[in-house]
Design a protein around this ligand. Structure first.
Ligand code: 9MR
Length: 430
C-alpha cells in the first residue's frame, strides 16, 4: 500500500484533454436549508505560496478565461499528517468517465494515482452490479477496478453491500420467497469473501448498509424491502437487517472496517440521532467499526460546528469517522428561490478552497489519528459530478456547472486541492 514515506511521483504535469459526456445523476441526497456561495467568508483572492493560480484556454466549461487552475507541487495523499486514506469515487467499466474507457482514461488514471490512496466505485460495486440473480455473481468489472487499485498500491472502500435505492436492488430480492435473512447473509458473505480471497488486503473497508434512515418514516427507518422483510425485533430497536448484514460482513472479513453510511446527518439533528442510534446498537454487537458521513455539502451550509458536533459524537463511541462522498456545490438550489448560476471566478474558487480546507481541518481537529477512517471526494472532475442531474431532476434548476470537486474538466487541479493540502499540512485556511 502507499504510505506517505514511500511514494514516487508518477506525474509532474497533468495532460489537458477535453472531457465529454453528461453527469451520472440519480441518488437522493436531500435538501438542506438555503445557502449560496455569497454567504461564505470573503478571503483574499491570492493563491497560497506553494501554488500558482493561472488561466488557460483549454476548457470551454467555465469562465471565458478558462479554468482556474493550480500546478500542485504535492501529491495530495502524501500530505496527510497521519496515514489515513485519501480517496476518490471513480467510474469504471463502460460508464461515462470510466477510468478505463473514457477518451482521457490514461490521464485520468495518472491524476488519480498521483493524488489519492484509495478508490471507491461510484456505482459498479453496488448490489445489482455484483449479484444480479440469486445464483449469479458478476465480479468482472469490479475485479478490473480492484485489480487496478492493487497494481497501483491503493486500497478500495467497498460501496455498498446493502442499499435500498430501488433500481439497484437485485430483482430477485424483491418479493423473495424464502428465508430473507439467510439470503442476505449469503449475499454479503459471497461479495466480501470474493475480494478477500482474490485481492487480500486491498478492500480495507465496506459501507455495509447505506442510507437506512428516513425521517419521514414512523420510527425514522426507511421502509425498504430490507426493512419490510427484517424490521426491528422490538419497538425502539434498529431494523434486524442491519444486524444481519453487519454480522455477515464481520464473519466474512474480521479485519475489514465496517461502516454505516448516510447523508444529511450532521446539521439535521433527527437524521444524526438516527445514525448514532444505528451505530450504537451495532457497536453493542461488536460488528461496526465506523460511521460514514457522505458530506454532500454547500459553501455556507452546514456549519463547521455541525460537523464538529457530529464527528465528536462518533468519536466518543470509540468508532471511526470516514468522510465518504465529499463534494462542495457552489450553489444550493433547494429553497424557494434557487440562486442564479454564479460565475466561477477567482474569488469563488478561493472561497471554495477555504471551505474544503476548513472541512479537512475540522476533521483533523475533531477526530483523533487512530479514528480517522479517511477523506474521500465523490468524483474527480467537476463535469462528472452527479449533482447537475440531481439538481435538474429534483429542483428543475439547470446549472451548467456547480464546480463541486477538486479538479477541472480538463484534469487541471483547482485551488480547492490546495485547500485540502493546506489543512493536511497544518498551514491554516486562507
Ligand atoms: O454518483 C452516483 C450516481 O452516478 C448514481 O446514478 C446514483 C444512483 O445509483 O448514485 C450516486 O452515488 C450515490 C451514492 O452511491 C450514495 N450516496 C449518494 C450518492 C449520490 O447520489
Amino acid at each position: 500500500m502507499k504510505t506517505n514515506l514511500h511514494h514516487i511521483t508518477l506525474l509532474g504535469v497533468v495532460a489537458a484533454l477535453t472531457a465529454c459526456g453528461g453527469g451520472s445523476g440519480g441518488g437522493d441526497t436531500p435538501p438542506p436549508a438555503s445557502s449560496s456561495s455569497s454567504s461564505s467568508v470573503v478571503s483574499s483572492s491570492s493563491s497560497s505560496s506553494s501554488s500558482s493560480v493561472e488561466s488557460s484556454s483549454s476548457s470551454s466549461s467555465v469562465s471565458s478565461e478558462g479554468p482556474i487552475a493550480i500546478e500542485p507541487d504535492f501529491d495530495l495523499y502524501a500530505t496527510t499528517p497521519t496515514d489515513f486514506p485519501v480517496g476518490v469515487a471513480v467510474s469504471a467499466a463502460n460508464e461515462n468517465y470510466s477510468i478505463f474507457n473514457h477518451s482521457d482514461a490514461s490521464a485520468r488514471q495518472d491524476v488519480i494515482t498521483r493524488h489519492f490512496s484509495q478508490l471507491t466505485a461510484g456505482n459498479i460495486m453496488k448490489m445489482s452490479y455484483l449479484h444480479p440473480q440469486e445464483d449469479t455473481f458478476t465480479f468482472g468489472d469490479a475485479d478490473q477496478l480492484v485489480g487496478f487499485a492493487e497494481t497501483n498500491g491503493m486500497t478500495v472502500h467497498g460501496h455498498a453491500l446493502v442499499w435500498h435505492s430501488s433500481y439497484q436492488v437485485p430483482g430477485f430480492m424483491n418479493n423473495y420467497d424464502g428465508d430473507f435473512a439467510a439470503m442476505l447473509t449469503d449475499h454479503v458473505t459471497n461479495v466480501v469473501q470474493h475480494f478477500e480471497t482474490e485481492y487480500p488486503g486491498v478492500v480495507t473497508s465496506w459501507d455495509v448498509v447505506n442510507e437506512a434512515v428516513d425521517q419521514g418514516a414512523g420510527d425514522g427507518f426507511r421502509r425498504s424491502v430490507f426493512y419490510n422483510e427484517l424490521p426491528p425485533a422490538t419497538d425502539g430497536d434498529i431494523p434486524e437487517y442491519l444486524k444481519v448484514a453487519f454480522q455477515a460482513a464481520r464473519d466474512a472479513a474480521p479485519d475489514v472496517d465496517l461502516y454505516y453510511n448516510d447523508y444529511d446527518n450532521t446539521a439535521n439533528e433527527t437524521r444524526l440521532n438516527k445514525t448514532l442510534q444505528i451505530a450504537e446498537a451495532l457497536n453493542e454487537e461488536g460488528t461496526i467499526d465506523g460511521v460514514g458521513f457522505q458530506m454532500h455539502i454547500y459553501m455556507g451550509y452546514p456549519s463547521l460546528s455541525h460537523f464538529e458536533n457530529a464527528f465528536q459524537q462518533v468519536v466518543d463511541m470509540g468508532l471511526k469517522v470516514k468522510l465518504t462522498e465529499i463534494d462542495v456545490s457552489v450553489v444550493n438550489p433547494y429553497g424557494s428561490n434557487p440562486p442564479a448560476q454564479p460565475e466561477y471566478d477567482e474569488q469563488l474558487a478561493n472561497d471554495q478552497k477555504q471551505r474544503f480546507c476548513q472541512v479537512a481541518e475540522v476533521y483533523l481537529d475533531t477526530v483523533p489519528a487512530e479514528q480517522r477512517g479517511g477523506f474521500t471526494v465523490w468524483g474527480l472532475t467537476d463535469d462528472e459530478s452527479w449533482l447537475m442531474n440531481q439538481f435538474a431532476n429534483s429542483t428543475g434548476a439547470d446549472y451548467d456547472d456547480v464546480w463541486p470537486l477538486l479538479f477541472n474538466a480538463d484534469l487541471s487541479a483547482k485551488p480547492a486541492l490546495q485547500g485540502v493540502a493546506d489543512a493536511f499540512t497544518g498551514q491554516g485556511c486562507n
